[in-house]
Design a protein around this ligand. Structure first.
Ligand SMILES: Nc1ncnc2c1ncn2[C@@H]1O[C@H](COP(=O)(O)OP(=O)(O)O)[C@@H](O)[C@H]1O
Ligand SMILES: O=P(O)(O)OC[C@H](O)CO
Length: 677
């Protein structure tokens, strides 16, 4: 197998414009990752004031094997923050002359094109002091909750606070969160972020707040007391597998796609309708509350907004079209709860929130330091990331690599129904009268989570960030393939009976091969989605697609993105690693009518730098490896047949296994005789 020179890339500066040029110059065989800047997660972002140049990247910021080989910078500089990005010109201008690309194209992995070779003027940048008005973004993800405050005039982040939220796994395949813990985290983040505002700014400067959230996660609570009736069932919980079978049994042809035309998505444990059905079927307190008209249902946005706007004392029971499109209960065209869908899942309409647009003033915060500030945007986090990435044009796509991986492609006002396993989802609706913009989405349940699993369950890593170094110790996976179908497979396969497999192991397999195979698994799953997207868009192969914009914490792994470019055959562009969802919902909140801080057609310019990863393997190698992946994937299907006996728990198995064989035989024999009598 041809090995990729991934991780031996040559950092050079590129701009988005240069990315296009580089694409033409460097087709196959010249792959490397190209670095335009350092990024800092929590640092403020925004355009560089005119007339200033940010420092070039410090060698210390570079990851991967290049790290040791880089020359020290000519001038010792403080680490550039993302507020100190280079504007167009400077390094970028030089890179654009093609020299660096030409030199890098020698493919020898040598140390060429070092930023230290470039005679650029360096000056220390002093960012201007932030001023109000500010826009707040509450981002409640699966693992973490954040509240960020952005300066409206530049969209740079000026204060942030983030806390982790625990997930509970009471049984195999079950994933829950305590809704009260989610709410506590949100309140803490708001208070702490406001308290961290720079001198001269305070809560009075916050003009609007947006809420973005993990989608599909299902909460039910008592409208009178505000108390949750059960833990939230998290999006990747698969306890509803049998609920799905029960629903499918009643659908025409037992077809998981039978409701797709109405809802845009297949019947799968992923979506809220199944989780809500499970709660109604299995939790007596929920059933009672429904009968007594006390029960309210919502995704996490609804839970948060209801509480932040007063809870039992007049809290708003609302959601937005992007979140509602993930419930399997909303008609994807009318944007209303659909009577047929409610009937299919037997869901009472009176527990559902009102569906609103993604951007309008819904009401005011009723508590804490932001009391009286309007909430003017709600969006599911992947749709918000699409907005944060500014994928406003039809055909623009982004992929967010976090615990899962979510690839969304803007399809404009066309509600495209996928014929190849993708989801049709609402991308955004920027006001009650604004057009509805749709997206095709490919969702991968396990991406970064596979790395966490290697760390937590197999102790192969100390930190997820180690994955890059360990995987770079080998030049290929040694023909090892890993399909991390821990909870079945999402798009485009939708196979809840798939389970994880690791295949191709030999005597020589090392942890480097396994870690590398885990990174490749993320790339192959992304390719599966891109293949489906290409086919839905009438294209012959993914290689005709343009570039892919990526973000999310896992996208900080350069080797991953190099492998992604190699295995897809087109450039991958990292605009930023961090928090595009928060930025996206801040944009939606700022542009809402009566807030009027932002104009979607004239947003402050995004950072112009990006990191470019170009394909570096031959088409033959790419094809061979993808074919092998598909073989591995096929082997993962059908593994999770329904258990023969629900009573065979782990505990029972261990008990039975601990009985000496002779006693087991005698007792079985006795039972056999008894049954004959
Ligand atoms: N440098 C890295 N290389 C590989 N995987 C990483 C790296 N950094 C983070 N990850 C993985 O990406 C995921 C990070 O997701 P995060 O954005 O923190 O949370 P979530 O999606 O659960 O809200 C984790 O599952 C982690 O294992
Ligand atoms: O918080 P994340 O990144 O795990 O987001 C989860 C998605 O919204 C699930 O659909």
């Amino acid at each position: 197998m041809t090995s990729s020179p991934a991780g031996r890339g040559v950092p050079v500066a590129v701009t988005a414009a240069l990315a296009a040029r580089t694409r033409r110059q460097t087709d196959v065989g010249v792959g490397r990752w190209s670095r335009a800047r350092s990024s800092s997660g929590s640092a403020p972002s925004g355009p560089v004031p005119r007339g200033r140049r940010a420092p070039r990247p410090s060698a210390a910021r570079l990851r991967g094997p290049d790290r040791g080989r880089r020359r020290p910078p000519a001038v010792a500089m403080p680490m550039p923050t993302s507020d100190q990005r280079r504007p167009n010109g400077g390094l970028n201008g030089r890179a654009a002359n093609g020299n660096l690309n030409g030199r890098a194209a020698n493919g020898n992995g040598g140390h060429v094109g070092d930023a230290a070779d470039m005679p650029v003027a360096i000056s220390t940048l002093v960012p201007s002091a932030p001023t109000g008005p500010l826009i707040g973004a509450l981002e409640e993800g699966t693992r973490t909750c954040r509240f960020a405050l952005y300066e409206a005039s530049t969209l740079r982040e000026v204060a942030v606070h983030c806390v982790e939220v625990e997930s509970l796994r009471p049984e195999e395949g079950w994933v829950e969160q305590d809704p009260c813990a989610i709410l506590r985290a949100a309140r803490e983040c708001v208070s702490e972020a406001v308290a961290r505002l720079p001198d001269g700014l305070g809560p009075r400067d916050v003009a609007a707040v947006g809420v973005t959230n993990q989608r599909e996660t299902t909460v039910v609570w008592d409208r009178a007391t505000g108390a949750p009736l059960h833990h939230a069932l998290v999006w990747n919980d698969i306890r509803t597998s049998r609920t799905v079978d029960g629903i499918l049994a009643r659908l025409p042809g037992h077809d998981k796609d039978a409701l797709r035309d109405l809802a845009g998505v297949p019947v799968s444990p992923y979506f809220s309708a199944l989780k809500l059905r499970w709660l109604l079927d299995n939790v007596p307190a929920v059933r009672r509350a429904v009968q007594e008209k006390r029960c309210l249902f919502g995704t996490v946005d609804t839970w948060l907004v209801w509480n932040l706007t007063g809870g039992p004392r007049g809290g708003l029971h609302i959601t937005d079209v992007t979140n509602a499109s993930r419930t399997l209960l909303m008609n994807i065209r009318t944007l209303q709860w659909d009577p047929l869908l409610l009937k299919a899942f037997d869901i009472p309409a009176d527990i559902l929130p009102e569906i609103r647009s993604s951007s309008e003033v819904y009401g005011d915060v009723a508590e804490g330091p932001l009391r009286g500030v309007p909430i003017s945007a709600i969006m599911g986090n992947q749709q918000a990331a699409l907005v944060g990435e500014r994928c406003f044009a039809e055909g623009q796509a982004k992929s967010t690599y976090r615990s899962g991986c979510f690839l969304l492609c803007n399809t404009g006002e066309a509600c495209v129904q996928s014929k190849h396993g993708l989801l049709t989802t609402v991308a955004y609706k920027m006001g009650p009268a604004a057009p509805t913009v749709y997206a095709l989405e490919g969702s991968v349940a396990v991406a970064g989570h596979a790395i966490k699993w290697l760390k937590d369950n197999l102790n192969l890593l100390k930190e997820p960030a180690e994955a890059e170094r360990i995987a770079s110790e080998v030049s290929s996976t040694g023909d090892v393939y890993f399909v991390p179908a821990f909870t079945g497979l999402y798009a485009p396969h939708w196979r809840k009976d798939a389970r994880g497999i690791l295949c191709g192991l030999t005597q020589f397999t090392t942890k480097g091969h396994i870690v590398r195979a885990s990174l490749e698994a993320v790339c192959f799953q992304t390719r599966d989605i891109l293949e489906a997207m290409a086919r839905d868009c009438g294209k012959a192969s993914t290689e005709t697609l343009g570039e892919l914009r990526v973000d999310g914490k896992m996208a900080s792994n350069n080797l991953l993105l190099q492998l992604q470019a190699d295995l897809c055959g087109f450039p991958v562009v990292r605009t930023d690693v961090h928090e595009k969802a928060a930025l996206g919902v801040a944009i939606a909140a700022g542009q809402a009518k009566d807030v009027d801080l932002l104009d979607m057609a004239a947003l402050p310019p995004p950072p112009s730098q990006c990191d470019l990863f170009s394909p570096s393997i031959t088409p033959e190698d790419r094809k061979a490896r993808y074919t092998k992946w598909k073989m591995a994937l096929t082997r993962s299907l059908g593994w999770a047949k329904p258990p023969k006996s629900a009573s065979m728990t782990d505990k029972r198995y261990h008990l039975l296994a601990s009985i000496p064989p002779s006693i087991f035989l005698i007792s079985s024999f006795a039972m056999m005789i008894a049954s004959e009598m």
